[in-house]
Structures are given as C-alpha cells and as structure tokens.
Design a protein around this ligand. Sequence first.
Ligand SMILES: [Zn+2]
Length: 298
Amino acid sequence: MIGAVDIGGTKIAVGMLDRDGRILSRREAPSGPGLALSDGLELIFALLRETSRQAGGELEGIGVGCTGPVEALAGMLQRIEFLPTWEGCHLTAELQAAFGVTAFMENDADAAALGELAWGSGRGARRFIYVTVSTGIGAGLVLDGQLYRGVDGAHPEIGHHVIDPSGPLCSCGAHGCWESLAAGPALAARAGLPGALQVCQAAERGDAAALAAVEREAFYLGLGLANLVTLYTPDVIALGGGVMRSRHLFWDRILRTIRENCGLVPHEKTRLVPAQLGGEVGLAGAARVWITRSQSSI
Ligand SMILES: [Zn+2]
C-alpha cells in the first residue's frame, strides 16, 4: 500500500491507498498559518502511522501533494502563504527518515492531475489538463504521461495567466489574472454574497443578480479555458473543485466562449469533462505521485 499526504491551506489529509487508487484508510486534521512546522510534521507522522495500522498492509512508499509553491523534484517546501513556518522544510527527506521508504512530492494541482489521469476523468488521454476552481484556480498539465515542468522543475501557474489587464489586483502581482476573475471569491464578490455556494444556490432560485454573476463567471472561466485550448489543443480538459459542483450553471456558456474564441484550432476535438475523483482527488493524486515518480528516474 502507498501512503498519501495531501497538504492544503485549511486541512491535512492522510491515507493509505492500494495500487489501483482505492482508499484503504484515511484521516484528516486542520492546518493553517498557526500550525508550526515541528507540530505539523508530528501530526503527519502520527496520521500516517494510524492509517497504516488501520489498513494493515505493508507501506511501499509515500506520495505528497502540497499547496504551493514547492520544489517538487527536491521535495522541499518554499514560502507558502498558509504555512509560513514550513519554508525550507525538506519534507520528503523527513518522511524517508521516519518511515524507511521513498517519498516524493508535487504541487497539489499537479498531483491531482496525475490522479485524474490514472484513475478518473483523464484515463487514456495523451494530452491532459486538469483545472480546479475553488478559492483559487490550480491546474496541472500532463503530456504523454509526463507531468509538464518548467525550468528547474517549476510548476507553471496556469491559474494566474492574465485575462484582463484592467481587472482586479491579485496577490500574484498581476491585474486581472484568471484566478482573480474566475475563482470562487470573485464569483461571490460579484454577487455581493459570502461564498460561491450561496451564489449558485441563489442562481438556482432564479435570483437575477446571482444569475448575472454566474453568467460572468462562466464567461471568464470560458476565456481561460479557450486560451488553454488555443495554446495546447489537448485531448481532454477536466474541471474540478468546489465551484464546479454547480457546473450545470456554467457549462453551456463555457462551451460557447470556447467556440467563439478558438477559431484556428480544432477546439471541438478537445473534450471538456467534469473531474471524477471528487473529494478523493487529493489522496489519489498524492498516491499517484509516488507511483509515477518511483517508476521513473526523474
Ligand atoms: Zn494572480
């Protein structure tokens, strides 16, 4: 069995999976800026021991998906907004020392892309992009089974490509990047409601302001996706994340925006599909990181 660790801004999930992606055991605990590195490591170790005992198999290795930025190939955490004291932590080395097995790490969106490719919406795709839309927009790109990496292994930040330079300022420093215009908080702000879920519920009831915000959301999502289709003409783009639980509200407008903006590429051949792993994508992705990396020399 494979140990999986999914480190996010608000929670850490840990579990054991078999090689077919089935979750044998899982536990989670809250994380956040208040969680010091030493306590966080102890927590992860304890959850791994507990879920390992529960599942009862032999631990082969440990995969990690971590909110970024991370140095994926080295297995180190960089300056992460949600976990400020963890900067410089060589997490995979800590895990290898504690458990005596190999450990590998990727950015969480890249990990999720590997999970969806192997066990979910991307099965069989040669050129696959996974996009998650929740409090931010994350994405991972897999070409011929290989995660696409930038220089020095950098994770490309597809969620922060600029859609409208007159748009709002993002924490990334750009104005009007995709995340600032189309992630959950942008949708909520546009409708004047606390969260994306409330906007979607109000739109279901026919609320005019919520419907207008949903229309705008779908347009901006569609613009970013149209850019991905024009740049990469992938076989499949999968959409996941909390906002996409209400995807029926956005889907037609997204497809229309892609049609209207991708005149030079065979956009009709790119399949836009819902992600399939839902709440399991974090652990499945982390396990898949270990399987993928342990099979290659990268
Ligand atoms: Zn940004």
